[in-house]
Each structure stands twice: as structure tokens, then as C-alpha cells.
Write a protein that binds this ligand. Sequence first.
Ligand code: ADP
Length: 458
Amino acid sequence: MASGRFKKILVANRGEIAVRVISACKELGIQTVAVYSEADRYSSHVRFADQAICIGPAKSARSYLDQASIISAAEITNVDAIHPGYGFLSENAGFAEVCETSGIKFIGPPPEVIRLMGVKERARAFMREMGVPVLPGSAGVLSSAGEALEMADSIGYPVILKASAGGGGRGMRVVRAPGEISALFAQARQEAGAAFSSPDLYLEKYVGAPRHIEFQALADEHGNVEILGERECSIQRRHQKLLEESPSPAVTDAQRSEIGAALRRALSASGYANAGTVEFLMDETGKLYFIEVNARVQVEHPVTEFVTGIDIVKSQIRIAQGEPLREILRGPVETRGHAIECRINAENPDTFAPSPGRVTGFHVPGGIGIRVDTWAYADCVVSPYYDSLLAKLIAYGGDRGEAIRRMQRALSMFIVEGIHTSIPLHQRILADPDFQAGRFDTNFILRFQQAKAEAAGK
Ligand code: ADP
């Protein structure tokens, strides 16, 4: 179906994002179908959906990534649309096409746009053509280590080799000197080939101490694009985000409007529709460079929802129904105040090792300016099969200082017993003077852990 009001949506995901999508559907008066693996029989997304269908065993490849099972669940339950959440099939252009040919609306960008954005060096070339600044680097896929060497010599070291089909911070290698390139090229190719659909690599200038900053976009199916401000996501461990906030303490108003205008042009020209995020790195001089587009809703979307008052997931659904942005947004996009999100992962806060198991005690904080997005409940079991995200704690304040203090009090009232979580790490981050002053980059956690280890060693 091309458009029209949806009566029923299948949520092709699990965990907190499945609950988030179900919440949006309930508010829009749309029925929901959950799909689940045998390991997720007692998950809250199963409980909160109107219908639920088991699609296979615990292993994602045979359940949440099994397109045929998901499409048959959608056909049996006669849904109008599928919301893919993030991860799993959300950026799979082939799946979006299968939905289309099955007469089911895929809630996301058109398949050809997912394909363009999913090939990272093609997205880079497209953005450069559209006047969006990109880091110096290869124009396309590198054919050999020799070509990588030539390219690196011309732009200067260090450089970073990245997988064309990469994601999740994997398959990247930093090259600091010409002598390292051939071994690292072979390693990165091997890793990319094993982890992703292709071993293709490209190369770009490596920024030693970057900030990760991303812009949230919403685009309707009539060529209109709006930018909902930016998020600062520099607090990362192993190239994965841990704490995000909006607005970024480092982005100027001039950058916001300049990048915003360039992105509106570029996304509109690409035929983009639905929600998307455009990621940038900020170098040490404060300049922003495009790195990639995430053609889906992101984990950290709630901080943007707090500062704009716009429900991004409901917007996604309404866009897919064919509604124009001007009706969905009810006026110009304005941001107000400051929001911070802490990812509460089931993991050891010092080693980051996953910590699956039974949650024996669970209490979530509430009160003014606090939001908790979670699938967890007392006595639930964190399965070793999936990612470790247990909950997202989001705090809103009139300014950054108030958001920080509110987050600190909420963390002190968040109780998770029986497993390790990242809560103690977040408490240490929020109390850090550099964090409080907004002085940090993507190496923050590394230095922080090193300083702690040194202090412990003394
Ligand atoms: P993925 O799709 O795997 O998440 P990204 O391109 O988004 O890969 O990069 C993930 C993270 O890796 C960034 O947030 C940043 O910390 C680091 N990174 C990526 N490219 C560079 C670069 N050119 N210089 C420095 N760090 C980088």
C-alpha cells in the first residue's frame, strides 16, 4: 500500500525499541503485532502488543533477521506496515523491497536511498557533491593496499581504513605510518568480509581527538526535510555511544544553520524520506565533517524529543502514511532546554564485559524531567543472545547544569540488582569536571579509565 491510515503495524524488533514503537502506535490508535524469538517469550514487547508471533529460535539469524518468517507473520496478521526499529533489518534495502513487493509499507526510507546511504563511501561522495564538508579521503573503494598507500601518502598520516558496509564501530583500522598499511589493509578487509556483506574498504583522514556530533532529520514523502537540531555523542566506549545529549556544547548557531541548510538540500535531492541521522566528526579546530548517514531511528532519539517536543517515532509512522511534515510538526522546529541520555547497559562498568542473567530487583526513577525507556522489569532475564541495552535514562533540564544534576539524582534512584550495569560509570562521568565543563572528545572514556587504573595502582 502506498499510503493511507494504518490499522495495524508489525514491529520487527525486540527490547526497548519494540516497546517504544508499540507506545507510539497505541497513541495513534494503531493495533500492534510483536514478533519474538524463543528466548524472548516473556519480553515486555510481547506483553504490550495486541498480538504476538514466535518467529524462531534465540539466534537472531533465525528469528529477528529471518525475513521470510517476519513477512509471513505480517501476512498472517494482515498488517499494513512494518516498523523495523534500529539494528536487525532496519537498514536492509532488500528487506524494504520485499515489504514493498508484499504490499506492506516499510516504515523507513525508500530501498534505493537505504542502499545509497548504506555504502559509506558512496554516501560520502554524494554528500561532497552536495556541498556538505567531508574528510579528505578516497573517492571510492580502494582496489589494493598499494592504492591505500598512495592515498595515505597524499593526505598525510594518520588515516583510518573503514569498511564500506561497516557499522557498530567495527572493521576500522588507524594507520599511523606507511609501513603499517599493507598488514592493516589485509586485516581490515578480512574483518569487514567476515562481519559485513562485503570486504570493501575506503580511507579517510583520521581525526585524533574528534567529537561525534549528529543531526536528526525528518523528511516526508513530498520532498520536505526538517532538521531537529543535533546530538553530542562523544562519550563512547569502543566506538560505541554511552551517553548522548542535545544540544551539543560545542556546536555554534552559525554551524547549526549552515549544516542544517546543506543537509536539507542534500537529503531532499537524495529522495530521502522518514527519519534519519547524519553523523559528523568535529576536529580539534571545531570544523564539522560528514561521516555517515543512519537511515533509521536511533537509540539516542529521546534527547531530541525532549528538546524539540516532537515525537520522532509517531512522526515516522505518520510520514509513512503519506502525511506532509507541515501537518505532523504543527509549526517551525524550535529547541528548548537541554537533555541527556545514559545508556544503562547490562555490562561490567570497568571492563565492559556483558553481564547477562536474572534481574532480581528493579526500580526506575521518575519525577519531573525524567524519562525511562526500557523493556526490563523485576525478575526478567537479560539474555546473552542480544545487545546489552537494558534501559535508557533520559533527563531534561532548563539548561545543561540542571539536566546534569537531574540525571545524577535519577541515577541514584535507579536500582538494578542481580547483574552489573553501567550506572556506576555514568555517575563517575557526570561528576567529572571536564564533562561538566563540556570539554571532551571521543577519547574521554579511555583517558578516564586509564586515570582510574593509575590511581588504583598507586
Ligand atoms: P560505524 O558505522 O561503524 O558506527 P562510523 O563511521 O559512524 O562507523 O564511526 C564510528 C566512530 O568511530 C566515530 O564516532 C568515531 O569515534 C570513530 N571514527 C570514525 N571515523 C573516524 C575518523 N576519520 N577519525 C577519527 N575517528 C573516527
